[in-house]
Design a protein around this ligand. Structure first.
Ligand code: A3P
Length: 312
């Protein structure tokens, strides 16, 4: 294991969250917050995120990283705005849908501070697991859209994202990252816990559960589900326009969605809009890794009714 990754794991085990956030020039460390490795320490978390006061008309988009967050945010923002508005075409995704757990940096204010200055209805992005979401979202019965993506493609996408984004922790080699992911020692913790816990609470709260694979297979059908969930009605031409605007090739060419303006994301290492496909894991997993993954998957998913398409 390279030194940097060793440090990450050491931090996760021992850090008490008092050391603050890492410098912008260095890759992030992970802090344990209620048993979940996070890029925000638990003091910042408790003060800013846990105590966040959601409003009843806030729409929360929740995902495990790399599940298609930027995609669904673009869709939801277009729907809430009644179409592909000038604002959507001219403002970066991150300023239209602030990332609630994003800390303040020389490049941007903290997510919670951005949200405080926004008009309602606000679109809020999070990768938080259920247990770390501010209780005010549940108390206000906010609409929540959760997107889940199959674990193998998430693992691959997350690895390349760590490589290109210098504000993420050091990923180590592909083999090392593979093990970190399986054991949940990555930012936002275990994919298994994340998806199954969100799945379990979906019927007790106002949660629309969407699969990335369904979005790829039939974008219009899933867009219509979102429109219905948000209580909107849109003309067919507007729906067509939204589906076109949010197609992978268009989002890849759009500087408002492709992360290209972010200096810490090095697109030459790996573009943020990388492939946008279902089943890319087959190009990266070895046979042995797939066997190991499948064994762990069966064990961790044995008790849940959550099923991903195995159509890839
Ligand atoms: P890949 O790395 O597999 O290409 P997030 O926004 O949660 O970080 O997720 C990023 C992943 O979603 C990337 O996956 C990216 O290519 C994919 N993605 C983003 N927009 C998409 C779109 N319009 N259609 C299909 N996939 C998209």
């Amino acid at each position: 294991m390279p030194e940097t990754q060793k440090e990450c794991h050491k931090d996760m085990d021992k850090d008490d969250g008092t050391s603050g956030s890492s410098s912008e020039e260095k890759r992030a460390k992970l802090y344990m917050v209620e048993g979940v490795p996070m890029m925000t320490n638990r003091y910042v978390y408790n003060e800013k995120i846990r105590n966040y006061k959601a409003k009843a008309d806030d729409v929360l988009v929740a995902t495990y990283p790399k599940a298609g967050t930027t995609w669904i945010i673009e869709i939801v923002d277009c729907i809430l705005s009644g179409g592909v508005t000038e604002k959507i075409k001219s403002q970066p995704s991150g300023s239209r849908a602030p990332f609630i757990e994003l800390g303040q940096s020389p490049y941007s204010p903290a997510g919670v501070d951005m949200l405080d200055t926004m008009p309602s209805p606000r679109l809020v992005k999070t990768h938080l697991p259920v247990k770390l979401v501010s209780p005010s979202f549940w108390d206000n019965n906010c609409r929540i859209i959760y997107v889940a993506r199959n674990a193998k493609d998430v693992l691959v996408s997350y690895y390349f994202f760590h490589k290109m984004n210098f504000r993420m922790p050091e990923p180590g080699s592909w083999e090392e990252f593979f093990e970190s992911f399986l054991s949940g020692k990555v930012a936002w913790g275990s994919w298994f816990d994340h998806v199954t816990n969100w799945w379990d609470i979906r019927e007790r709260h106002r949660v629309l559960f969407i699969f990335y694979e369904d979005l790829v297979q039939d974008t219009m059908r899933e867009v219509e589900r979102v429109v219905h969930f948000l209580g909107q009605t849109l003309e067919r031409t507007t729906l067509d326009e939204i589906v076109k605007h949010t197609a992978f090739s268009n989002m890849k060419d759009n500087p408002m969605t492709n992360f290209a303006p972010l200096t810490w994301c090095i697109q030459e290492i790996s573009p943020f809009m990388r492939k946008g496909k279902v089943g890319d894991w087959k190009n990266h997993f070895t046979v042995a890794q797939n066997e190991r993954f499948e064994e762990e998957y069966r064990r961790r998913m044995a008790k849940t009714s959550l099923r991903f398409t195995d159509d890839f």
